[in-house]
Design a protein around this ligand. Sequence first.
Ligand code: ACO
Length: 326
Amino acid sequence: MKQSRIIGTGSCLPERILTNAELEQTLDTNDEWIVTRTGIRERRIAAEGQYTSDLAGGAARQALAMAGLEAADIDLILVATVTGDLSWPATACLVQDQLQATRAAAFDISAACSGFLYALSTADSFLRAGTARRALVIGAEIFSRIVDWQDRSTCILFGDGAGAVVLEMGEGAGQLLGCHLHSDGSQWPLLYQLGYGSRNPAGDQSRNPEHPFIRMQGNEVFKVAVRSLSEVALEALEAQSLTVADVDLLVPHQANQRILEATAKRLGLPPEKVMINVDRYGNTSAASIPIALDEAHRSGRLQPGHLVLLNAFGGGFTWGAALVRW
Ligand code: ACO
């Protein structure tokens, strides 16, 4: 049966590594606190002059190479990001230009840390509708430029990076079995960045009493995230008449280790079935799932026939899950 298939994966991480020990030099924090509360040991930081579209393009080129395709073979480019190069136009358009993907439509998806799953589901709908045959689905973020480096409760969590998959309609391995998405906009004040927009007109400093960085009530986010992530994972499995026992690998959004462990525990998944790289990259928001998927794929952790569960939770609130038969 023809379905959307993942036929290539790629990732792109900045070279610069920022360790917890370095953060100790500038913040009232320490490695032990950060590792115990989050599992994060280091994160990557984009270089000056390196933009979200550069990381997105790097990940896309790797995914295209694995798929054995040229950029001109792509009909659709979706970039999941909340830290794009500009407010607009879309970072996806900059990637389209960078790759010279001359046949592709391009737009961004804004669903914070759930963005990659929202983009995957959107691309799947285009492919099923026949409006596109091959899509590049990219998650790319440079959170290091929207965190307050004086705020120890947020800046330690995030990192920069990008991941990508090529989705093609056809038969064979890598089948996307289903995507399940949810949102609860009433919770937005628990996690957001003000930025410029209709609530905060550009150039009107008198109407901008808040600082411009990411704002988060971590405790509240934690509780809702764990519950939502496990519920949507079960929803995705039940829709395919599958159970947790059928899952070979959970590739979750890498929020922090405690969220990942608590979710796995609620689901009854053993630790060896959970892909974790948050210790090395921190929370890269919409980029984290495709980065982790690429790493799992290239390291041989994913084998043909494996059932792969993806799930994510983020600002909005938004959350979702997807199942892939590798
Ligand atoms: N170093 C040392 N102490 C710190 C630090 C730090 N970096 N940050 C906060 N503290 C202090 C606080 O000031 C507080 O001190 P106090 O008791 O004297 O007031 C104490 O540590 C406890 O603070 P809490 O915020 O209660 O710590 P908590 O155990 O909740 O851990 C954390 C904070 C890690 C942010 C946690 O709430 C969390 O992981 N939440 C999820 C948030 C998240 O993942 N957001 C990402 C976006 S959404 C997503 O991806 C799912």
